[in-house]
Ligand binder design. Sequence first.
Ligand code: THU
Length: 132
Amino acid sequence: MISSEQRAALIEAAIAGRKQAYAPYSNYPVGAALLMEDGRIITGVNVENASYGLTICAERTAVGKAIAEGYRKILAVAIATDNAGSPCGACRQVLTEFAGDVPVYLVDGAGNGRDTTLYTLLPDHFGPDHLT
Ligand code: THU
Protein backbone atom coordinates (compact mmCIF):
# COMPACT_ATOMS: atom_id res chain seq x y z
CA MET A 1 0.00 0.00 0.00
CA ILE A 2 1.39 3.37 -1.01
CA SER A 3 0.90 6.15 1.54
CA SER A 4 -0.34 9.57 0.49
CA GLU A 5 3.09 10.95 1.46
CA GLN A 6 4.85 8.42 -0.80
CA ARG A 7 2.44 9.22 -3.62
CA ALA A 8 3.07 12.96 -3.25
CA ALA A 9 6.84 12.50 -3.10
CA LEU A 10 6.82 10.30 -6.20
CA ILE A 11 4.76 12.81 -8.17
CA GLU A 12 7.00 15.65 -7.02
CA ALA A 13 10.09 13.71 -8.14
CA ALA A 14 8.61 13.06 -11.59
CA ILE A 15 7.73 16.75 -12.01
CA ALA A 16 11.12 17.97 -10.76
CA GLY A 17 13.04 15.32 -12.70
CA ARG A 18 11.29 16.29 -15.91
CA LYS A 19 13.39 19.46 -15.98
CA GLN A 20 16.35 17.28 -17.02
CA ALA A 21 14.56 15.83 -20.05
CA TYR A 22 16.40 16.07 -23.34
CA ALA A 23 13.57 16.60 -25.79
CA PRO A 24 14.65 19.24 -28.35
CA TYR A 25 12.82 17.52 -31.25
CA SER A 26 9.40 16.76 -29.81
CA ASN A 27 9.37 19.50 -27.17
CA TYR A 28 7.49 16.97 -25.08
CA PRO A 29 9.60 16.52 -21.95
CA VAL A 30 8.72 13.54 -19.81
CA GLY A 31 9.73 12.77 -16.23
CA ALA A 32 9.26 9.34 -14.69
CA ALA A 33 9.75 8.36 -11.07
CA LEU A 34 9.82 4.84 -9.65
CA LEU A 35 9.30 3.95 -5.99
CA MET A 36 11.57 1.10 -4.95
CA GLU A 37 11.18 -1.36 -2.07
CA ASP A 38 13.55 0.47 0.27
CA GLY A 39 11.68 3.74 -0.24
CA ARG A 40 14.16 5.20 -2.67
CA ILE A 41 12.84 7.07 -5.69
CA ILE A 42 14.62 6.66 -9.03
CA THR A 43 13.90 9.18 -11.77
CA GLY A 44 14.23 9.07 -15.53
CA VAL A 45 13.67 11.42 -18.45
CA ASN A 46 13.24 11.01 -22.16
CA VAL A 47 16.51 11.21 -24.05
CA GLU A 48 15.95 12.11 -27.68
CA ASN A 49 18.37 11.79 -30.56
CA ALA A 50 18.88 13.49 -33.92
CA SER A 51 18.29 10.01 -35.29
CA TYR A 52 14.74 10.19 -33.96
CA GLY A 53 14.07 6.47 -33.66
CA LEU A 54 16.85 6.09 -31.12
CA THR A 55 14.96 8.12 -28.54
CA ILE A 56 14.62 6.51 -25.12
CA CYS A 57 11.47 7.16 -23.13
CA ALA A 58 11.61 8.47 -19.58
CA GLU A 59 10.11 5.31 -18.08
CA ARG A 60 12.71 3.06 -19.67
CA THR A 61 15.54 5.39 -18.66
CA ALA A 62 14.29 5.13 -15.08
CA VAL A 63 14.00 1.34 -15.24
CA GLY A 64 17.54 1.11 -16.59
CA LYS A 65 18.87 3.27 -13.77
CA ALA A 66 17.02 1.25 -11.14
CA ILE A 67 18.18 -2.11 -12.44
CA ALA A 68 21.76 -0.88 -12.77
CA GLU A 69 21.65 0.07 -9.10
CA GLY A 70 20.58 -3.43 -8.12
CA TYR A 71 16.84 -2.94 -7.75
CA ARG A 72 14.43 -5.52 -9.12
CA LYS A 73 11.00 -4.51 -7.82
CA ILE A 74 8.99 -1.37 -8.54
CA LEU A 75 6.21 -0.46 -6.11
CA ALA A 76 4.69 2.57 -7.85
CA VAL A 77 5.25 4.82 -10.86
CA ALA A 78 4.66 8.52 -11.50
CA ILE A 79 4.90 10.06 -14.96
CA ALA A 80 4.89 13.82 -15.54
CA THR A 81 4.20 15.40 -18.92
CA ASP A 82 2.60 18.60 -20.20
CA ASN A 83 -0.81 16.95 -20.36
CA ALA A 84 -0.76 13.99 -17.96
CA GLY A 85 -0.26 11.71 -20.96
CA SER A 86 -0.29 7.94 -20.85
CA PRO A 87 2.90 5.87 -21.16
CA CYS A 88 3.60 4.22 -24.50
CA GLY A 89 3.05 0.51 -24.99
CA ALA A 90 6.74 -0.35 -24.96
CA CYS A 91 7.20 1.33 -21.58
CA ARG A 92 4.16 -0.42 -20.16
CA GLN A 93 5.66 -3.76 -21.16
CA VAL A 94 9.09 -2.92 -19.75
CA LEU A 95 7.56 -1.80 -16.45
CA THR A 96 5.67 -5.10 -16.10
CA GLU A 97 8.97 -6.97 -16.04
CA PHE A 98 9.68 -5.45 -12.63
CA ALA A 99 6.25 -4.48 -11.29
CA GLY A 100 2.91 -6.10 -10.57
CA ASP A 101 -0.38 -4.26 -10.80
CA VAL A 102 1.16 -1.21 -9.16
CA PRO A 103 -0.27 2.30 -8.98
CA VAL A 104 0.62 4.59 -11.87
CA TYR A 105 0.14 8.32 -11.31
CA LEU A 106 -0.17 10.35 -14.52
CA VAL A 107 0.26 14.06 -13.90
CA ASP A 108 0.83 17.35 -15.67
CA GLY A 109 3.33 19.98 -14.57
CA ALA A 110 1.04 21.12 -11.77
CA GLY A 111 0.46 17.62 -10.43
CA ASN A 112 -3.05 17.28 -11.83
CA GLY A 113 -4.03 14.15 -13.72
CA ARG A 114 -5.31 10.70 -12.92
CA ASP A 115 -4.40 7.58 -11.02
CA THR A 116 -4.45 4.23 -12.74
CA THR A 117 -2.64 0.90 -12.40
CA LEU A 118 -0.14 -0.91 -14.55
CA TYR A 119 -2.43 -3.84 -15.40
CA THR A 120 -5.23 -1.43 -16.27
CA LEU A 121 -2.85 0.14 -18.76
CA LEU A 122 -1.57 -3.22 -20.03
CA PRO A 123 -3.95 -6.13 -19.46
CA ASP A 124 -2.88 -9.62 -20.49
CA HIS A 125 0.77 -8.62 -20.85
CA PHE A 126 3.51 -10.93 -22.00
CA GLY A 127 5.55 -12.20 -19.05
CA PRO A 128 8.05 -14.84 -17.96
CA ASP A 129 5.25 -17.43 -17.60
CA HIS A 130 4.87 -17.43 -21.38
CA LEU A 131 8.41 -18.68 -21.76
CA THR A 132 8.01 -21.89 -19.72
N1 THU B 1 7.85 9.55 -24.39
C1 THU B 1 8.23 9.10 -23.17
O1 THU B 1 9.27 9.51 -22.62
N2 THU B 1 7.44 8.18 -22.56
C2 THU B 1 6.29 7.68 -23.08
O2 THU B 1 5.71 6.77 -22.52
C3 THU B 1 5.75 8.26 -24.31
C4 THU B 1 6.67 9.11 -25.09
C5 THU B 1 8.72 10.53 -25.06
C6 THU B 1 9.41 10.02 -26.28
C7 THU B 1 9.66 11.30 -27.03
O3 THU B 1 10.87 11.87 -26.55
C8 THU B 1 8.52 12.21 -26.64
O4 THU B 1 7.94 11.64 -25.48
C9 THU B 1 7.44 12.33 -27.70
O5 THU B 1 7.05 11.09 -28.17
